[in-house]
Design a protein around this ligand. Structure first.
Ligand code: FES
Length: 141
């Protein structure tokens, strides 16, 4: 951003910067997802599960970004919804969605969609993150 010689930001530079931020914010998430996934003031995340298309079917998943410093996803299981830490239990890399489950890019550990360990070197499943479903809203963290 351009500053005036007195160290103040010119009006033109301020407006150009503000517009750039707005565009970047809109590109980050579709409007429907923004209204369905909301970060709460205490760091938890509230998910209106019926409004997230990827959670409509068993086996679907929605990545929430970080919740209290941990990368987290919500998955739809045959019994409901489960929140998982996407931090690999082997050495802490963030696992990535690769159908039908999750794969760690660091050393290749594989996990089922519900976090169950399929193949190491990890020796445990992905950790569950506390969550509670109430009136269609899953509160995670
Ligand atoms: S950190 Fe994931 S397999 Fe090593």
């Amino acid at each position: 951003m351009k500053s005036t010689p007195a160290g103040r930001v010119s009006r033109r530079a301020f407006l150009a910067g503000a517009c750039g931020l707005a565009v970047a914010g809109m590109a980050a998430a579709p409007a429907a997802a923004e209204s369905a996934i909301k970060r709460l003031p205490d760091g938890r995340v509230a998910v209106r599960v019926a409004k997230v298309p990827s959670l409509a079917k068993v086996g679907g998943a929605a990545q929430l970004g970080t919740v209290k410093g941990t990368p987290v996803a919500v998955v739809r299981t045959d019994t409901g919804y489960e929140a998982l830490s996407l931090r690999c239990p082997h050495a802490g890399a963030t696992v990535q969605r690769q159908s039908p489950g999750w794969v760690c890019p660091a050393h290749g550990s594989q996990f089922e969609i519900d976090g169950e360990l399929v193949r190491g070197p990890a020796t445990t499943s992905l950790a569950e993150v506390p969550s509670r479903l109430r009136r269609g809203v899953l509160t995670v963290g």
